[in-house]
Design a protein around this ligand. Structure first.
Ligand code: GLC
Length: 512
């Protein structure tokens, strides 16, 4: 169970701005609650993975406060503090959340600190061994407490390309005269030295599970991340998330198609499965809801939701489910930008307005991609606030909670929730575990449009996975005889010899 940051935080970036790494924020409870959670998880043979946010901390963290009081003193060296160019920022990098990565140190005209994300998230200086040791100390402290590992937030950012310099301005039309932050990272070398040191000093002695969140890495480096001697157990596979993305901004993004999805997944697995295990996701706290994002509008229903579930569970890799995904939660409705909390979405909204779009259109554009879609309260039942709270939730509940909620789905064998349980059971079933966890993923019938088909070949068994990713029936001629049907998300299965007549969005796992 991976828990997003619950440490003490002013919540400028929903907890990804930590002001005390050793405290639980009162919003979530107390350290005693945390201890109880760890103990109860242990009893159930479950494991807790916490978020490790150490590229940056919060501007409210004691280290940063001290650094601002005395930028040239000991704590100044915990951060990247640099002179500017006659009052202008030292370099031309744009932060991930818009605007310059440099912010003036209060009280100085030409002194700046670096923040790759929001200005309230100053980057920690990993070149300073004292900072690294502080971080390792904190990791060991949590592992001593009994958690089992960490999800490493934005971890590729810890290594900067030194000395800092300007990069060519983006050719896009954000029109701010800056370059995207990733360019600097592409020039940075040596992140693996930091990561191996962290593994040696903090993770390895506890056999901790580690999963990295990283973009902007070179594919040749995969071995160093998740190979036998890699620094992590796994990293998230974001390949399908990048489909349709545009450096210009959200207004320019394209909707995903089944064919592109297939191409990207197959290409990624072909390489990655030879090296290690990446983690499969359809959504997380930084993405819109997967069912709304990947499926065509008007075709988001329980059958198509189950198809997406089936695919992510059957692809080679480690499946991660995000809260609410198991009941097929969908994107929410934002009535105005005031309904949005997320700084990233607000930046994209402003960018869209700047480019001349009207307010309504801008809201529509950001509504499709906002990560706040995934951050609305969990839909437990049909009572007020979806049974999440009797207080005022920090984001409005998705209005569809009366139809989509856990209580309703628990009662139905054909619900999305029941299908998720079925897929999880299958992955744990002693007969199929070996082939599903370790079997090679081999594409088949690649030319059939809007069909995603592949084998999973294990030591003893071969499974054939078929997903009809469109709202139309499709006849598929198989190359072999079907032994038995293991999973079917539809009410029936029509077979004629070796030909399957697939229903819209039908998903099948067959033993062949
Ligand atoms: C990661 C987190 C995201 C956060 C960012 C900065 O990408 O998943 O939620 O905004 O890092 O910490």
């Amino acid at each position: 169970m991976w828990i997003s940051p619950i440490y003490q935080s002013p919540f400028v970036d929903q907890g990804y701005d930590i002001s005390d790494y050793y405290a639980i924020d009162p919003v979530f409870g107390t350290m005693e609650d945390m201890d109880e959670l760890i103990a109860e998880a242990k009893k159930r043979d479950m494991h807790i993975v916490m978020d490790l946010v150490v590229n940056h901390c919060s501007d409210q963290h004691e280290w940063f406060q001290k650094a601002m009081e005395d930028p040239f003193g000991e704590y100044g060296k915990y951060f990247y503090i640099m002179e500017g160019k006659d009052g202008l920022p030292p370099t031309n990098w744009r932060s991930y959340f818009g605007g310059s990565v440099w912010e003036k140190v209060p009280g100085y005209d030409n002194l700046f600190y670096l923040h790759m994300f929001a200005k309230e998230q100053p980057d920690l200086n990993w070149e300073n061994p004292v900072v690294r040791e502080e971080i390792y100390k904190n990791i060991r402290w949590w592992l001593e407490k009994g958690i089992s590992g960490f999800r490493l937030d934005a971890i590729i950012n810890i290594k900067k390309s030194l000395p800092f310099r300007d990069y060519p301005v983006d050719g896009d039309d954000r029109g701010d005269g800056m370059c995207r932050p990733g360019i600097m990272l592409e020039h940075a070398e040596g992140v693996h030295d930091f990561l191996q040191e962290m593994k040696r000093e903090a993770f390895a002695p506890y056999h901790a599970f580690t999963i990295g969140e990283l973009f902007d890495f070179h594919p040749e480096e995969l071995e160093k991340f998740i190979g036998d001697d890699g620094c992590f157990e796994s990293i998230f596979d974001f390949s399908t998330h990048l489909i349709g993305a545009s450096p210009k901004g959200w207004y320019d993004c394209k909707k995903v198609t089944a064919e592109e999805y297939k191409k990207v997944v197959f290409a990624n697995k072909e390489i990655s499965q030879e090296i290690g295990m990446m983690a499969n996701i359809i959504e997380n706290h930084d993405e819109p809801r997967g069912v709304s994002h990947y499926l065509p509008e008007g075709e988001v229903n329980e059958t198509s939701k189950k198809m997406l579930c089936g695919l992510m569970m059957m692809f080679y890799g480690l499946p991660f489910l995000y809260q609410g995904q198991e009941i097929g939660m969908e994107n929410t409705v934002f009535e105005s930008i005031a309904d949005v909390d997320d700084i990233n979405t607000i930046d994209e909204y402003n960018n869209t307005l700047r480019l001349g779009f009207g307010r309504e259109e801008a809201l529509k554009i950001v509504s499709e991609r906002s990560r706040d879609n995934a951050r609305t309260p969990m839909q437990w039942d049909a009572s007020e606030n979806a049974g999440f709270t009797k207080g005022t939730p920090w984001l409005k509940v998705n209005p569809n909670y009366t139809e989509i909620n856990v209580a309703e789905q628990q009662m139905r064998e054909d619900s999305v929730l029941s299908f998720y349980k079925e897929m999880i059971d299958l992955r744990k079933n002693s007969e199929y575990k070996e082939v599903i966890v370790y079997g090679k993923q081999i594409p088949v019938l690649e030319d059939v449009t809007n069909l995603i088909a592949f084998y999973r070949k294990g030591e003893e068994k071969t499974l054939l996975v078929l997903a009809n990713w469109e709202n139309a029936e499709k006849e598929v001629a198989l190359n072999e005889e079907v032994g038995c049907v293991i999973v079917n998300n539809s009410v029936d299965l029509e077979m004629n010899g070796n030909t399957v007549k697939m229903r819209p969005y039908q998903f099948l796992v067959l033993e062949v």
